[in-house]
Design a protein around this ligand. Structure first.
Ligand code: SF4
Length: 263
C-alpha cells in the first residue's frame, strides 16, 4: 500500500482548476472504475451532479443518507431522480430511529455538543458502510458557497473513509449553477422555492430571509451560522484528514504517473 496525502494532490488540484465538471466526473470514472460513487443530499448542487451523471452519461451509483428526519420533499426528490434520470441511488440509514435515539440519549440537537453527536450518529456513521467499497466519492461542494467551503479543493483526502472526495463543482459559480439548472430543467427539491437555500433535517433547517447568509437556516437555534454536520471532511479541520492508504498502482493512476511494467 502507498500513502497519499493532501500535499501530494496540490499540483493535480491546480491542473484540475481548468477542467469542466463533466471532465472531472469522467476522470474519476476512468481512474477509479467500479470503485467510485456520487453522493447527494438532494439539494440543488447535488441534483446538478445527478443530472450530469445522467447526461454525460456516466453510469455511477449514488449514495444518499436518510437521517430518518428529512423533509418528505427531499425523499420525493430522490425518487424523482431515480425515476427520470435512471439513477441507482442507495439510501443509507442510521442504526437507531430518531425515536429510539431520543429515548436513549434525549433530544440531542438542541445543544452544540448534542448536535455533533446527533450528526455523527445520523449522518456520518451511516456513510461509514461505504468504507472499503469505494476509493472515491463525488460530492457537490462549491467554493461559491463561502465559509469553510470557500477554499475546498477539487480533490480532498478523506482519511475516515480512506477515499478521495472529488468536488467537480468546486469552481462552479452561482451563475453557472443557476444557468445549468435553467438550461437543463434540472429536477430540484421544491423546498428551494419555499426559501430554503440549503436543506438538511427537518429538526435543524429553516428557510432564510432575503439578505441572510445561505447557511443561516441551518441549526439556526444554535448559532453561529457556520455550523457544519461533518459529513464532508473539508468542512472540518484539514489536519483531521492527513492521508489515505491506496494500492501503489491506484496512486500512480491518480497522479498520472506512468507504470513501469518491466519484469
Ligand atoms: S441535522 Fe439535526 S437532526 Fe439532523 S443529524 Fe444533525 S443534529 Fe441531528
Amino acid at each position: 500500500m502507498a500513502r497519499l496525502t493532501q500535499a501530494d494532490l496540490v499540483a493535480l488540484n491546480r491542473a484540475f482548476d481548468d477542467r469542466s465538471p463533466q471532465e472531472l466526473i469522467l476522470w474519476a470514472k476512468e481512474t477509479f472504475g467500479e470503485r467510485v460513487a456520487a453522493m447527494s443530499s438532494m439539494q440543488e448542487s447535488g441534483n446538478v451532479i445527478c443530472h450530469m451523471l445522467y447526461s454525460i452519461p456516466a453510469k455511477l451509483p449514488v449514495v444518499f443518507v436518510d437521517t430518518g428526519v428529512l423533509f418528505q420533499e427531499t425523499l420525493d426528490t430522490r425518487d424523482r431522480l431515480m425515476q427520470h434520470y435512471g439513477l441507482e441511488i442507495e439510501t443509507l440509514t442510521p442504526t437507531l430511529t430518531m425515536a429510539e435515539q431520543t429515548a436513549k440519549h434525549g433530544i440531542l440537537y438542541l445543544t452544540p455538543e448534542g448536535q455533533k453527536q446527533c450528526c455523527e450518529m445520523r449522518k456520518s456513521e451511516p456513510l461509514d458502510v461505504v468504507k472499503g467499497r469505494y476509493d472515491a466519492l463525488i460530492g457537490s461542494l462549491r467554493r461559491a458557497d463561502g465559509g469553510r467551503r470557500g477554499v475546498c479543493p477539487i480533490l480532498a483526502i478523506d482519511s475516515r473513509l480512506n477515499c478521495l472526495r472529488v468536488n467537480p463543482l468546486a469552481n462552479f459559480s452561482d451563475e453557472q449553477l443557476e444557468g445549468y439548472i435553467h438550461e437543463h430543467n434540472v429536477i430540484l427539491n421544491p423546498l428551494h422555492k419555499q426559501g430554503f437555500s440549503t436543506i438538511g433535517c427537518n429538526r435543524c433547517t429553516t428557510p432564510v430571509l432575503p439578505g441572510e447568509p445561505k447557511r443561516a437556516g441551518r441549526w439556526r437555534h444554535l448559532g453561529p451560522w457556520s455550523v457544519y454536520c461533518g459529513i464532508n471532511p473539508t468542512d472540518l479541520d484539514p489536519e483531521r484528514s492527513p492521508a489515505v492508504d491506496f494500492p501503489q498502482d491506484l496512486v500512480d493512476r491518480i497522479l498520472g504517473r506512468q507504470t513501469d511494467f518491466m519484469i
